[in-house]
Design a protein around this ligand. Structure first.
Ligand code: THU
Length: 125
């Protein structure tokens, strides 16, 4: 599974985004250490606070399937400006990995980072 395959899967997943309110469609491809790929998209709600980001959708799908060890995540949105995962998603990602590689892909830019860089000093019990 190459980076380019993961980007393609994240792009495909963004097409399933349910984002009638923000119109900001996000897709994620999450590669597990066992070699499986879980995808996710954002799912919004008319009660806005109930919306779920693409990152958490992918992680929750994987964890509910028994997968908790992750190698890397690709996040895609068809927007010119680069974006980064929200604080809630950073905390959820950091629950499962302190050094997961994260590639953020927009229409014009790519950022290669890690969850450790995005959320230093995360909360852990
Ligand atoms: N969103 C994501 O799914 N992932 C991100 O990394 C940034 C934001 C979603 C949440 C909401 O549905 C929409 O994008 C606008 O914030």
């Amino acid at each position: 599974m190459t980076k380019s395959d993961l980007i393609d899967k994240a792009k495909q997943a963004s097409e399933n985004a349910y984002a009638p309110y923000s119109k900001f469609k996000v897709g994620v491809a999450l590669l597990t250490k066992s070699g499986k790929v879980y995808t996710g998209c954002n799912v919004e709600n008319s009660s806005y606070g109930l919306s779920n980001c693409a990152e958490r959708t992918a992680i929750f799908k994987a964890v509910s399937d028994g997968e908790k060890k992750f190698k890397e995540m690709v996040v895609y949105a068809n927007t010119d400006k680069l974006f980064t995962p929200c604080g809630a998603c950073r905390q959820v990602i950091s629950e499962f990995s302190s050094n997961m590689k994260i590639t953020i892909v927009s229409a014009k830019e790519i950022l290669e980072t890690t969850i450790g860089d995005l959320l230093p000093h995360e909360f852990h019990l």
